[in-house]
Design a protein around this ligand. Structure first.
Ligand SMILES: [Zn+2]
Length: 168
């Protein structure tokens, strides 16, 4: 209920987020490594099949149909494994998604000012912005006495327009 409770809640939530995130990052790294090695094997196999086909038709070497079929089957299996790994990677990525506003802000190059946090929710915030990307709360008191337009771009965070909203 109290302010300190809220702060503690946010800190604990932040720690949990970091722990979950680093686990997910490690999972992503290992899936990416798996995809890379599968892709490498696929490339090797493609070269191998190409060589066999070349030997068979150009050099007239004895290359059995069964061998080619076997290689193609292996290639198809690799393709499937790669596809599965990609889907797996996509699920991990979805799970790590920050709240949409924060994600949009982050991808737009929004950087929190070190040591500056939102007075409403305690999330790291950029001191040059008017609104918190996490909760939409006001970050600044307007000294000119003109309150910022109500509800301005708190839902749809729109970087670049925040500074220029005052002019028509
Ligand atoms: Zn906030």
């Amino acid at each position: 209920m109290g302010f300190i409770d809220d702060v503690m809640k946010n800190i604990n939530q932040g720690i949990n987020d970091i722990q979950n995130k680093s686990q997910d990052v490690m999972q992503q790294v290992s899936i990416n490594a798996r995809i890379r090695s599968l892709e490498e094997r696929k490339q090797q196999l493609l070269v191998n099949i190409g060589q066999l086909v070349y030997d068979k038709y150009e050099k007239g070497d004895e290359v059995s149909e069964d061998l080619l079929r076997e290689k193609v089957k292996e290639l198809a299996g690799l393709e499937r494994d790669i596809e599965i790994a990609r889907q797996e990677l996509a699920t991990v990525k979805v799970d790590t998604d920050a709240p949409r506003a924060q994600k949009a802000a982050h991808s737009a190059g929004y950087k929190p000012t070190p040591g500056f946090t939102c007075p409403s929710c305690g999330a790291p915030a950029n001191s040059s912005k008017f609104y918190c990307v996490a909760c939409g709360g006001a970050l600044k008191e307007t000294k000119e006495g003109t309150p910022p337009p109500n509800g301005a771009s708190t839902q749809n965070f729109n970087p670049g327009s925040t500074e220029g909203t005052q002019t028509d």
